[in-house]
Design a protein around this ligand. Sequence first.
Ligand code: UD1
Length: 442
Amino acid sequence: MEKLIINGGNRLNGRVRIGGAKNAALPILAATILAEGEYRISGLPMLTDICTMGELLAQLNISTSCSALSRFCGRDGISTTTQELDSSDLLLVNNDNGSIIAPFEIVNKMRASILVLGAILAKRKQAKVALPGGCAIGERPVDLHISALEAMGATISVNHGYIEASCDRLKGAEFTFRVVTVTGTENILMAATLAEGVTVLNNAAKEPEVVDLANFLVAMGAKIKGIGTSRLEIEGVERLHSANYTVMPDRIEAGTFLCAVAGTGGRLEIENIPVDSMEAVLLKLQTAGLKITIVDDRHVIAESDGKMRNIDIETAPYPSFPTDMQAQFMAIMTKADGDSIIDETIFENRFMHAAELKRMGANITLKGNRAKVRGVKELSGAEVTASDLRASAGLVIAALMASNTSEVHKLQHLDRGYEAFEQKLKAVGADIVRVKVAKNNE
Ligand code: UD1
């Protein structure tokens, strides 16, 4: 077990390079189930969630090789390779020898494992995927994934904690998502590429990561219209083929670094930032007082004196403000000049970080899915515990803004989604170190 020790108060100055988007990489890796052959996926972030997907693909008889990821993962899912690959390139080989099971041990580690359901079923006509449970941020049902596949002709039952699905060939259908679901849209999009006939998905997610997956599927030979809109029309094909692809950069990692410099003050040059997909976040940060110079569509300079104005945010599906940036915004609003209102409309329980921020002296009042944050002059360092991935990032930002020393515990959440986070922060001036914790101190 590990924790971060952070001495707050340093301004951040220098350059940061953003890695590949976790939430695009995961469905793209899952999509390799759809066709036999050899794939080279570039720009993957070194994250434990990517290792978990590697492990899951290995279970499905898709071999994965990447020396850098293998060193990072240090376990079975990813094997080293003698082939010439860039350090972050992953080579996948799908021999399609038919395994259909995504076991509980893996799904339990990562909810996004559900992303393999549509692809396994479409390609292998049967799938058995452990039902993901709820998590710290809410109940997170997958009913829409299931009912959309049923609308396409699949027979599905849940037995002993597993979703068991079978079909002959999936059939095109029109389906309207009751709520916008990102992985739900991705799952059905993948399934529909191999269905017989046309599938129309209404109220589909428009998140940039869905677009990245759709572009990858098109590179594999899929026929998809309406990419980037809420109505996707997919004409199923008999077979797809393997393809090479570079994953888009991570807009949430980029937004997190922007929040960090907004909160601490300083000047960060952020490279490989997907500017086009970050409008809502950039606008809010500018309103709060962060000076943002867009050099080009992958390069931004952000400057701050560390004094933020209060702003209100409401999370909603893309292109509105992303729920995955809510905790980081709450962190910077704790020292803003005035009251900020944060409405979380996506997940019912995504304010776990508020209690931890209060331990650092923040003034936050919660009522249902609304948080009122009254800016205080100072945050004081404290020991805090991360509850989920983005909450961890919010706590690290608050610790960087606080006086004295903070400790952030439960780093397994952070490591799921932030590549070399403390190294990147250290390189731009943060006083941050990761240390091992004796088990009974965890
Ligand atoms: C994805 C992202 C996650 C992000 C979230 C919202 C990945 C791997 N994860 O999660 O980082 O926070 O989108 O942008 O991409 N819902 C249902 N029934 C369903 C599916 C969803 O009611 O069958 C509800 C959920 O409970 C939630 C809302 O829909 O309230 C949105 O969830 P969804 O978009 O599905 O989140 P994920 O895809 O799990």
